[in-house]
Design a protein around this ligand. Sequence first.
Ligand SMILES: Cc1cc2nc3c(=O)[nH]c(=O)nc-3n(C[C@H](O)[C@H](O)[C@H](O)COP(=O)(O)OP(=O)(O)OC[C@H]3O[C@@H](n4cnc5c(N)ncnc54)[C@H](O)[C@@H]3O)c2cc1C
Length: 390
Amino acid sequence: MSAVHDALIVGGGLVGSCLALALHRAGLSAVLIDSQPPQLAAAGAAWDSRVYAISPGNAGFLESLGVWPRLDRQRLQCVESMVIRGDRPAGRLSFSAYDAGLRELAHIVESGALQQALCDAIAETGRLPVVCPAQTAALRVDGDCAQLQLGDGSLLHARLVVGTDGGNSWVRQAAGLEARVTDYRQTGVVANFETGGNHRGAAYQWFRDDGVLALLPLPGKRVSMVWSTAGDHAQELLALPAEALAARVTEASAGVLGALRLITPAAGFPLRLAHVPKLVAPRVALAGDAAHNVHPLAGQGVNLGFRDVRELVKVLSARAPGQDCGDRQLLRRYERARREDIAAMELGTDGLQKLFAARPVWVSGARNSGMAAVDRLPFLKNLLIRHAAA
Ligand SMILES: Cc1cc2nc3c(=O)[nH]c(=O)nc-3n(C[C@H](O)[C@H](O)[C@H](O)COP(=O)(O)OP(=O)(O)OC[C@H]3O[C@@H](n4cnc5c(N)ncnc54)[C@H](O)[C@@H]3O)c2cc1C
């Protein structure tokens, strides 16, 4: 039998790469496996149309792993405030980092740049094996060991296999873990724009009849858009010529940032909710989108995944002498610790999505006055901010 590692991590996206690095730094032997090469930053100055709002807590974690300092400061943007608008004038909610006693609400970072920083940090260790590209063929759990067979017939052994292989997780299926999926029948349309006015570090979000439009600040006079909208409307937006799309978004955002100019082609991502009741099986754990898929309206998907990583590393690092990484009690501890955060985010994002998708006039009135009421409650606002900032 080949060497028995502490952990095999299947899926080398942001969450899997981060987990592999964090386990390695914690002194565990990990192997990272992915079916395709990582999606890295494109060469040159072009802005990535996939960006993430990373919470201060997760940025601090990435800093502790030596990943954050690898990011180009000139391409990072702090979010200092957030303005959310309902579909009536009364519906307005605003958050400010200053009021909550924080330096920032989030950091906007490009997806490819973060993946690049993680890959470089992994490569620099010189002792963290990455098997890529590799097809996963079979997973077998036998007493005190899990065995992963790859498409070329080779076998890998470990005490624990972690599925970080995204929303359609192969590991989840191979381990017989259920996912309850609700298709939102929406697409997240993403694109970057140059703005006429200054955003001053503010993120904007509009809950509109035709979906949720968000403009996240990028360095300089630039913003990144996520417009979560019904499939047919998304197709219409994606098919628009550059000027027409910019005009449409300028109009939908009530011109708060002046006239917009498209600087990256628009792209669409299907949106769904996936609730995974059990995150662990014998010698298997799930993390990242393999463990939960939430609507992007709160910008929390990858943040939840990084918090999974933090918890799993904490639990495995605190194991008793002689206790192996796949120990049932450890995995149960991880699952229990993650339940509340994941449930809050699934319920919160799904609830908001449904509330603003509802048509009746009384619902519209109630949700807008609800927003205004929350806006007048600094205590509740600070509580919401502190949860999202973790
Ligand atoms: C429009 C949009 C906007 C978003 N904005 C935000 C935001 O602002 N903030 C935020 O926190 N989140 C955001 N999210 C959510 C975020 O994109 C996801 O939560 C995150 O990308 C999940 O990362 P992951 O590593 O878990 O999974 P993935 O990125 O899906 O990575 C999975 C990896 O597994 C590999 N893989 C798959 N199958 C196999 C297999 N069988 N064997 C080996 N490898 C395999 C894949 O090649 C891939 O590398 C957004 C999502 C959308 C759609």
